[in-house]
Ligand binder design. Structure first.
Ligand SMILES: C[S@@+](CC[C@H](N)C(=O)[O-])C[C@H]1O[C@@H](n2cnc3c(N)ncnc32)[C@H](O)[C@@H]1O
Length: 307
């Protein structure tokens, strides 16, 4: 079975030579699963995202290796510009397109203006917390939400919720009948997430699962939920990526989408001098994906600046 491979996105050659301590790259790939032995023929997509944090300068000239495209410098100014074009909700804005959240919220004037700001408020509260750099950036959240909408997803899974920013972005665009299974091992973070699900009026769409994500995913499979999900986002333990991927391939339907974060891992995967366990594990995961004919993949790079 042959899977089509989509290669898109941005290239950061010689990444390790650019202020490596200040670069944090995340990557994601899109994969199409063409076949599953135990679940029959299927097609799903895996999408992985990158984030480059605090990039001082990434300067690369045009090069025929990159199709004569110039790899642009990403500076804080460029990233600020990008962020200024993100529709994170603010009062009166219809960030998330004509369907989903905004329509729902408009049915209740009371909820309207406050709920539209919930993501922003969650981000602000998270910024004061330990581990806040783990949260996806507004542009990443917007992309996740858009992918969910394009897919028409109703049943979603998130592995690694933290305080809930990415899961809230997804839940907000799900239809009222939609569900997001939110897997997280840290109870305290989940308390924050639940508070904001409530405030945004999406608690009924989020099935919070406290515990180790692999256990939760396994129990969902045992529960007969195979091939019943449209979308999954993975943003948890890096050394578990291959396991999460295999479990999610069983849970996500043919034609579904799996998004995997952090696959460039601060640029370390491209640096031969870095050989720690997490980096090695992500490298090996990326290599395996390249060979995996069950899926079509696409690696893209998103930018995020640490606060
Ligand atoms: C990068 S953060 C997730 C950020 C989140 N997606 C957001 O945008 O705010 C990773 C989270 O995964 C959780 N995590 C790590 N390993 C886990 C595991 N084995 N099972 C469940 N959650 C796990 C951590 O507690 C942490 O909250």
């Amino acid at each position: 079975m042959t899977g089509s491979v989509i290669h898109g996105g941005w290239v950061f050659p010689q990444l390790s030579s650019f202020v490596p301590g200040r670069l944090c790259t995340r990557y994601a790939a899109i994969a199409t699963a063409n076949a599953r032995r135990s679940f029959g023929r299927r097609k799903s997509y895996l999408f992985t995202t990158n984030c480059v944090n605090n990039v001082a300068a990434v300067t690369v000239a045009s090069d025929h290796n990159y199709g004569n495209k110039q790899v642009i410098s990403i500076t804080p100014r460029v990233y600020d510009y990008l962020l200024s074009n993100v529709r994170e909700p603010s009062v009166g804005s219809s960030w998330f397109f004509p369907t989903g959240l905004y329509d729902t919220l408009n049915t209740s004037k009371e909820r309207d203006s406050s709920a539209l700001q919930v993501l922003r408020e969650l981000r602000e509260e998270t910024a004061t917390m330990h581990g806040s750099q783990m949260q996806v950036s507004p542009d990443q959240a917007q992309l996740l939400a858009m992918l969910v909408q394009i897919l028409g997803a109703k049943r979603c899974i998130e592995v690694g919720v933290y305080t809930g920013y990415s899961s809230l972005a997804v839940a907000l665009v799900l239809p009222d009948s939609g569900i997001l299974v939110a897997c997280e091992r840290d109870k305290n973070s989940l308390e924050v997430a639940k508070k904001y699900y409530d405030r945004a009026g999406v608690s009924h769409k989020v099935d919070v699962r406290h515990g180790l994500a692999a256990d939760t995913l396994n129990s969902m499979i045992e529960n007969g939920e195979g091939c019943s999900y449209d979308f999954a986002f993975v943003d948890a333990e890096k050394r578990m990526y291959q396991d999460y991927f295999e479990l999610l391939l069983k849970l996500v339907r043919a034609g579904g989408l799996i998004v995997i974060d952090n696959v460039l891992w601060h640029g370390k995967v491209a640096d031969p001098l870095v050989n720690d366990k997490k980096t090695e594990s992500i490298r090996s995961f990326n290599r395996a994906l390249m060979e995996d004919e069950r899926v079509s993949i696409s690696m893209v790079c998103l930018l995020a600046k640490r606060t």
